[in-house]
Structures are given as C-alpha cells and as structure tokens.
Design a protein around this ligand. Sequence first.
Ligand code: ARG
Length: 465
Amino acid sequence: MSNKMWGGRFSTAPDAIMEEINASIGFDQRLYAQDIAGSKAHAAMLAAQGIVAAKDAQKITKGLDTILSEIEAGKFSFRRELEDIHMNVESRLAELIGAPAGRLHTARSRNDQVATDFRLYVRDTVDALDAQLADLQRALAEKALAHAATVMPGFTHLQTAQPVTFGHHLMAYVEMMARDRSRFADARARLNECPLGSAALAGTSFPIDREATAAALGFDRPTANSLDAVSDRDFVMETLSAASICAIHLSRFAEEVVIWTSPSFALVKLSDAFTTGSSIMPQKRNPDAAELVRAKAGRIIGALTGILVVMKGLPLAYAKDMQEDKEGAFDAFSALSLVIAATAGMVRDLSPDEKRMATAAGQGYSTATDLADWLVRALNIPFREAHHITGRIVALASDRGIALHKVPLEDMQAVDKRITGDVFSVLSVVRSVRSRTSYGGTAPQRVRAQARRWLKRLGAAPDAT
Ligand code: ARG
C-alpha cells in the first residue's frame, strides 16, 4: 500500500529500508505539542479568513485536542509508515473526525510546519535552560557570599600565582553564566519569527493571515521570505553554539572540581551525594558527576558540528537533509539541561577546606607581587626596580626553603636598605586579598558586593553571612 498521506501517484509501498531511512517519527514525536499548537493556530486562521468553514475548523480543533490528550496519556500509537509527527497527527485526525481533517493542510506544507514546530520547540527549550542557568547562578552567588573571605590560591598556568578568595573564583562563573544566558536570549529573539504560511517554499495563493498565526503562537512577526523560512536552520545552529559555549564553561568548572577534590590538592570536598566509590580501591571518592559534566561538552559540541556540516552545502529551499537537524539538538539540549542541574547540585554540595586553601594560597611566594607593590607605594621605587628587588628576596627565601614573611628584616635590608618592618603588613595572604579592592578585584568587600548584587537581581534573598 502506498503512503496514504502523499501516495496519490505511487502504486507500491516503499521498500522497508526506504521507510527506515525516511521516517523521523522515532524522534520528532517530541514535537507533538508544538505541532498540535501550530495546527490549531492554522485552523483558526483558515476559518477566520473564510478558507475553511467554521464548523470544520471546530471539528479540527476538537480532534487535535483529543489527540493531544491521547499522546499525553501514552495512548497514541505512533506509526512509522506515516513517517513523521505531522502525518501521524493528521492521519489520526482523519480517523477521529473524518473528511474535515483533510482541510487542515490547506495553504500549508510540512516544510513550513516543521520549521514552525522546531522553532517553537527550541524557544521552549531556551526558556527552560534560562531558568536553570539562573538557578545555577543563584547557587554560585550564595556559595560565593558565604566564602567571600575564604582565601585560596589563584592560578595562572596552574601554578600558584596570587591569593584570591573562593567567593571571587565562584563569581567568575556567575559572570560566564550571565553571558551564556544573554547569548540564548539573543538566539531566542532572532528565532522568534513564524514560518507558518510560507507553505512548501513559495508562499500560497490562499488569502491567509500570517500576522494572526504568528501572534497566536507567540511569535513576534511572520518571517519575511518564504524560501528562507523553510530552508534555514540557523536558529538550531545558533542555539547549539550558545549551548556549546555554555557547556565549555561548565566543563571548565567541572575540571576545576576534579582538580580541587584530588587528594594531591584537597582544597574542596564533595559529599557522598556527588561522588562515587571504586569497586576495588576502598579509599577512593571519585568526582564522577564533574567528569561527566566535562565529557558531555564533547557531545554538545558534536551536535553543533553535526548540524553545521549537514547544512553547509544545501541549495535552497527545503531538502530532506534538514530532517537531521533534530536528533543531535534534542540530545544536546537534554545533555545541557542535565549538566546544569548537576553543576548546581555540586556547587551547593561542595565545601572548601579553608585551612588547606589558606596554606596553599601562601605557597609559591604568592605574595611576591604584594611585596613589589609595597616597595612602589611605601618607598616610591619604580615598579621595574621593585620587581627586581623582590626577585632577589624571593630567591633568598627559596634558597633557604622559607616563606616570604619568614625572611628576617636584616636579610631584606641586605638586598635593599630602604626596606622597613612595615613590609610584613602586606606579606600575609589575608592582607593580600584584602588589598585587592579595585573594581572587579578579589577583596572580600568587593566579592560580597557582587554576590549581593547578583542575588538581588536573581530574586534570591541575600543572607547576612
Ligand atoms: N519530517 C520532515 C523533517 O523533519 C518534515 C518535512 C518533510 N518535508 C518534505 N518535503 N518531505 O524535515
């Protein structure tokens, strides 16, 4: 039997392999809610324009509602021979209401239909991801506020560089998440145009009202070019780009959690809730959640690469290649959602070992810059010369295997006789971070102000810690 939806000029059924490669119902059934919403908007418009009789449109709408509840109740049987979600819904509609079902596809094609459905789906996904990212920002800012004065080593090249506060480090990710959210918001604003009514590729001869369907579906306006509307998937590429960048941010954080929780660093602890044991080494506590957050970035970037490559050589307008826009995107969006949730969970769970952090922060002569700055400030020595003097004092301390603040004053004075005992006031890690009061700096007062500003913006009550 040929396909009953489009099989008019076909005399035999497609080969089984043809059906298998052609069908998308296995994955595009996820678009059912958007597909039904789009069809309802289309039917209402057709009736309002007098293209379809009002009573037929009513039957169509009622039938579509029935189908929606059937799908939601798990009572709908999706059929592969009907290819995709659009024809599965329409075919069921014909079973439910008979002949009027055949009027729904007037002035429409699956090409504008799928483009509309998928834009709606991506828009919903972006909204859900945005809410999750706001929650993650809240978790980070709350932890940052609690640890605004907790000193930890700041690294460059993963070498101890200067002391920073743990709160400051966490707030760096709040900023990254803010840009991720704004990238998603930009993508959302650009995708929010309605392709419905572009029909197969050229528009339609029916007197449709595209403004009405666009408005009914919450779009800002109808798309302005029918060829473009049915054949671009830049909205998928763009949201997957935003998703990839976000996943990379989260992967970097995950990598830091892996490093911090390693017993060789032991700066941070994760509880049993976010670690796993080893089946052979009883002492192990593995940061699997962090590792998987790190790994899923690969998958999300893979989905972006996939759609970029699928699209790159396609002539206008629609080609079936575009059906391959969905699975990777579905997979990437659910991976990102999971990754954000897991990261928020880890942030709330993790506790820094404040003593070890402070000790580690002082290692590697991390306050050498503070010494050089003191020479500039207190003794009016040019920075380049101060850098040189400091280098000699560090070398001296390093030869003896002692910390900077343990170098006796006389020995410092042997390097430069202008140095006074006041110098010791800047050599501790706590003094160091307190002095970094420049806007955007690591001083606890700055970190507190930033964390409070964010919590207020995110609608969370900043506590007094
Ligand atoms: N399942 C198809 C897709 O996802 C729907 C559009 C089919 N259009 C067509 N001309 N065969 O792209």
